[in-house]
Design a protein. Sequence first.
Length: 81
Amino acid sequence: MPEGEVALALAELRSALEVGLARIDGQLALLVQRSDQTDKAIEDLEQRVTALEKGRWPLPTIAVLASVTAVALTLFGIARG
């Protein structure tokens, strides 16, 4: 194989390699961007869940309020009747 053909084949191989690496770099950049967006979405979701957990009434408190209301309504009914 003449040197000119070898040099041409190497140049084509190098060009194909550079194109492939550029494509891989682009895909990796896209994956990093999506990962960053996912991380931000998870962080936002965690903050929302934390806010909801802080703002909710605990079940025992609701049970106590319901019991007190039932007793008050019963006493009110007895007092009227």
